[in-house]
Design a protein around this ligand. Sequence first.
Ligand SMILES: Nc1ncnc2c1ncn2[C@@H]1O[C@H](COP(=O)(O)OP(=O)(O)OP(=O)(O)O)[C@@H](O)[C@H]1O
Ligand SMILES: [Mg+2]
Length: 322
Amino acid sequence: MTAMMWLAAQRVTEGTMTIGDFVLINAFMMQLFIPLNFLGFVYREIKGSMANIENMFALMELSSGVKNIDNAPDLEITKGAISFNKVSFHYRPDRPIVKDLSFEIRAGEKVAIVGASGAGKSTLVKLLFRFYDPSQGSILVDGQDISQVSQHSLRQVIGIVPQDTVLFNQSIFENIRYGNPEASDAEVLQAIKLAHLQSFIAELPDGAETVVGERGLKLSGGEKQRVAIARTILKRPPILVFDEATSSLDSKSERSILSALEEISQGHTSMVIAHRLSTIVDADRIVVMDHGSIVEQGSHQALLAKKARYFELWTAQLRDQT
Ligand SMILES: Nc1ncnc2c1ncn2[C@@H]1O[C@H](COP(=O)(O)OP(=O)(O)OP(=O)(O)O)[C@@H](O)[C@H]1O
Ligand SMILES: [Mg+2]
């Protein structure tokens, strides 16, 4: 454009062109270059979008291994009893994870599951939430096989505080509200209080509006756990599952949150997975797992009296503490 204008300006000074010609050339050039420029921009945009569209279609073509049966009825929850019937499960056929495992959680009971790392405790939670279907056996909630009811209704009645919480890159407030999108602001604030988050939130410049970063990377492990607990408190489901829910907290916060959880789980069925045995001594029943099977179960006192697996775990932890 500069070259053309330079040539035209020379012709004008030589007197072979008029000022009008100069303006005409300028106008032509602009009309030509602006659309050309725009075309380049659109081309780049389209290329970028095509890459995204390809990814999206690849994702849409994936189908989930766990499917609703046709016209699946909703789960009818009455009391919230859970029963695992001879459940076997493997992620890969050559490595069984859960082996012919049966146990029951009666309505309103608090059952703790303990055992070595990798025993398959979190896998039981995934099976209960129906992220996977058992390869054999069945899981019943209030007498209904969970593979025969709609997944939505099943997940509605179970609240999980998972071992590794995933947060959305949104404000803390919205992340908690995710537990129950219909909750009012006052209810969310109440949940924040019960999960002992208010003093942490008060320290933040943006308060509850602080954005937590991708997957929640701007929060500490304990803070993330408390957000997950607040979520579950807000959901108030009939069945509660805690998978190492307080493992990243200091002893003092842990104690106060446990008492809050105690209050909330009053009258609800709950399943608690814990490594720190001191947090589950009050459970109605303790199930000890090893390599995908149950090795013993009973109350804290009964298991101690047996002087077997649980007794070993307990004395080992006591020794560490002293
Ligand atoms: N998605 C997966 N694919 C393949 N193997 C898996 C998968 N998830 C877990 N496993 C394996 O299954 C076994 C049981 O895992 P699980 O998470 O249930 O253990 P856990 O008892 O919860 O242990 P921890 O106390 O460390 O949380 C582990 O050995 C693990 O390697
Ligand atoms: Mg686990």
